[in-house]
Design a protein around this ligand. Structure first.
Ligand SMILES: [Zn+2]
Length: 142
């Protein structure tokens, strides 16, 4: 009897039927794979990946709008590298119409302890500042 392993798409969280595509070892369905190979660091504003939670306790989603440093894929990649140990582990970047020379950083749901221990406001602010961006807005939602 043939064994079938169910594979869950890393982005949409649905069971993958048909082709399984891999990006850095993670499985993706055709649709999400297509979107990801065209992506260079900045997702569309309505991008909403399946939630991943970090820590134990009350979870917060922190979004940080930064502007003034350029709407540049290369800067998006630098920020992703600075805040993630692997591909979009803790943070991803989305387009925001209100920002002309910047974008929105979205941190995955995590406890405030987890955020402080793994990212931290000081590190966050200094990296953003060093890259020539200004923080326009910080939103913390439960
Ligand atoms: Zn998918």
């Amino acid at each position: 009897m043939e064994e079938k392993f169910e594979q869950i798409c890393e982005d949409c969280g649905k069971s993958i039927e048909g082709n399984i595509n891999y990006i850095s070892g993670y499985p993706y369905c055709d649709k999400c794979y297509e979107r990801n190979v065209n992506y260079k660091g900045i997702h569309d504003s309505d991008y909403c990946p399946k939630p991943v939670f970090y820590g134990n306790g009350e979870y917060y989603v922190i979004t940080v709008d930064i502007d003034g440093g350029g709407y540049l894929d290369i800067n998006a990649e630098k920020l992703l590298d600075a805040f993630n140990k692997k591909h979009e582990e803790y943070m991803y970047i989305v387009h925001n119409d209100k920002l002309k020379e910047g974008f929105r950083l979205v941190f995955r749901p995590m406890t405030s302890d987890y955020f402080e221990n793994n990212i931290g406001w000081d590190k966050l602010k200094s990296i953003i500042d060093n890259m020539g961006y200004k923080i326009i807005n910080i939103n913390t939602a439960k």
